[in-house]
Design a protein. Structure first.
Lengths: 129, 179
């Protein structure tokens, strides 16, 4: 059963990495190069890590909360994603063009969540209980 | 696939990606004892002030980075007139560009030494340079040292001259302590 959650996590992470990686690469080339602050490989690693953690939590919620698991997880995942944008806003980094960094980074925080939640129904179809 | 295999794969991927994404590398700040010397037929000298920080992890070079700044006004050639001239618009233009900056983009292991590739910005002009580095460690202190050449004409520092050669030999020692 957990296989579906694992595959969802990996596929979401791969697609998010392609989208986020392309976005960051073009941003670095066209506007300003933040690769020293946030290299593309770190974006990819973060997407894989968060996607796998999300899959584990969703599996636990589905197991423990039955039909409510999906709703509770989606609300929590969405709320945490929105809350997480406070990180680049308050980062106050000591690097060139730091004032532009939140504008660059905030879209990256939403890519994985959107892709993960969009793909979830294709992999997780029935409540575990 | 059996459930055990799935769980093993899950935790392997999770551990690897989380460690790469979120575990910070060691952070160092440049400390006293540094030297940035330049040598040529004429002039030779040193920059007396520099600052910066280094993220360095020998086992994870991808996450290592160097961010260094050298104060142009601290140039010392042993000749007061030359020091003043070096800061004029024709040379370093210290008023407009008070700092020489180096930001690494890639750190690679080369045998027992390292090769630091990065962007060197001088007089507002940025060029990619490769700096060889030898590392020595002692307690919570690391020291990078090495030699490389810089062609001043690439950065429009001064004009072509029979007296001052285009290529300056740079010898550096950069010690840093863990923060």
């Amino acid at each position: 059963m957990f296989k579906h959650y694992f595959i969802l996590a990996i596929i979401s992470a791969i697609i998010s990495s392609i989208v986020g990686g392309l976005y960051a690469t073009y941003y670095y080339k066209l506007l300003f190069d933040f690769s020293m602050v946030l290299p593309v490989w770190k974006i990819v690693a973060a997407y894989f890590s968060i996607s796998l953690i999300a899959a584990g939590i969703r599996f636990l919620f589905d197991f423990l909360l039955a039909k409510w698991g999906e709703l509770v997880f989606n609300v929590l995942f969405g709320a945490l994603t929105i809350a997480s944008i406070i990180h680049p806003i308050l980062m106050n980094g000591d690097f060139e063009m730091a004032e532009m960094y939140p504008g660059f980074a905030i879209p990256l925080y939403f890519i994985l969540t959107l892709i993960w939640l969009a793909l979830a129904p294709a992999f997780i179809k029935k409540p575990l209980k | 696939m059996k459930n055990t295999t799935i769980y093993l794969l899950y935790f392997a991927f999770l551990g690897l990606s989380t460690s790469v994404a979120f575990i910070p590398t060691d952070h160092f700040e440049v400390t006293d004892g540094y030297s940035i010397d330049f040598k040529s037929k004429d002039p030779s000298g040193t920059f007396k002030k520099m600052e910066g920080d280094i993220d360095f992890d020998a086992s994870n070079l991808e996450s290592s980075k160097f961010n260094l700044k050298i104060d142009v006004s601290s140039i010392s050639t042993g000749n007061g007139m030359q020091n003043k001239k070096a800061q004029t618009e024709e040379w370093f233009d210290a008023k407009k560009h008070p700092m020489i900056k180096f930001v690494s983009t890639k750190v690679e292991k080369k045998g027992s030494d390292y090769s630091i590739v990065g962007n060197l910005t001088m007089k507002g002009i940025t060029k990619t340079v490769t700096i060889p580095a030898t590392l020595s460690e002692s307690g919570n202190k690391i020291t990078f040292k090495g030699n490389f050449n810089v062609n001043r004409m690439d950065f429009k520092v001064g004009k072509k001259s029979d007296i001052v050669p285009d290529v300056m030999k740079i010898a550096y020692v950069v010690p840093a302590v863990k923060k």
